[in-house]
Design a protein around this ligand. Structure first.
Ligand SMILES: O=C(O)CCC(=O)C(=O)O
Length: 301
């Protein structure tokens, strides 16, 4: 019987033997932990081949073949890069989402045999001293409702826990707050994104002890899977740190289209979606390709 620390991934038992099936990591205890905390660490879930694929994809994206780059703390010391939905234009990410165990692991955790891609997103903190990723939930930015949805956060670099992504365990069961405003993070990372309908984000950084914050030291191959409603934020990086992370976001059967306050578009942009779906409709659209079962045109011959 695994201890809570082992299930939470806070103790390390070394890499699994070659040939280990990543799905074996998704035990009933891990599923239970995911339900309770909204986040789990899965040690050595991804083979180095998949990490190489992500690295090649990132090189292509940063070489300006990918989608638009957005800067946090633009022009300041803490500047870092975010770019979303590169799977559409990056063959390496296409191979990752169809051929790697990412969708299978997320599908097993959320309990859905059907899995769709919501989006991918790179967060690239290079050059040292990159700023904090502000505390937030993802669901306020997304036009979705339902529970079978999760993000797998994959770091290409080893990280100490204070530079890793941090989570407020259990917060996915609480209220949906307004988002932070990405263009105003250096001014105040709790300034509202929509400014209507949703309660303001709590200032977690100002009162960390009041929250049940969990995070982990991370090695390449380790992944964190989190419910997008769980409050999370990323630590500042040190002077010589490099932190290149990819998040792959997938969902299952119970996810439906939902509206968000009209003052801002949802992320990533999906022009036309609101003309074809009404609130409560299953989230089916070419914006969100099906990953499992693997579509015939994507199956290895
Ligand atoms: O890597 C980061 O700093 C942010 C990641 C994040 O917010 C996410 O994966 O939802």
């Amino acid at each position: 019987m695994a201890t809570t620390d082992e299930i939470r991934g806070s103790t390390r038992s070394g890499p699994p033997p070659a040939g280990t099936n990543p799905l074996d990591l998704v035990t009933d205890e891990v599923k239970q932990q995911y339900q309770t905390d909204g986040v789990v660490m899965l040690r050595q879930a991804l083979h180095p081949e998949w990490l190489l694929l992500i690295e090649l994809g990132l090189q292509r994206v940063m070489g300006n073949a990918g989608q638009q780059k957005h800067l946090f703390y633009a022009g300041e010391e803490g500047e870092f890069v975010e770019t979303v939905r590169n799977t559409e234009v990056t063959p390496e990410l296409q191979r990752l989402v169809y051929d790697s165990p990412v969708a299978d692991v997320v599908g097993a955790l959320i309990g859905s045999e059907n899995v769709w891609l919501y989006s991918d997103e790179f967060f690239v903190k290079e050059g040292g001293n990159c700023g904090r990723t502000p505390w937030h939930q993802d669901t306020p930015y997304w036009p979705v409702a339902g529970n079978q949805i999760a993000s797998m956060w994959i770091s290409l670099d080893p990280l100490p826990k204070h530079e890793c992504l941090e989570y407020v365990a259990g917060s996915h069961q609480g209220p949906m707050f307004d988002g932070f405003s990405p263009s105003k993070v250096s001014e105040d990372p709790t300034l509202p994104h929509y400014g209507q309908d949703l309660p303001p984000l709590p200032d977690i950084e100002a009162d960390r002890d009041a929250f049940n914050i969990v995070s982990w030291d991370i090695e390449p191959g380790d992944v964190i899977v989190a419910h997008p409603s769980v409050l999370h934020g990323g630590g500042q990086t040190g002077p010589s740190s490099r932190r290149r992370a990819l998040t792959v976001r997938c969902y299952g059967d119970d996810i439906v289209y939902a509206q968000r306050p009209p003052t801002r578009p949802t992320v990533p942009l999906t022009p036309g979606l609101s003309l074809t779906l009404k609130p409560g409709d299953p989230l089916r659209s070419p914006w969100y390709p099906r990953l499992r079962p693997v579509p015939p045109e994507q199956q290895a011959r």
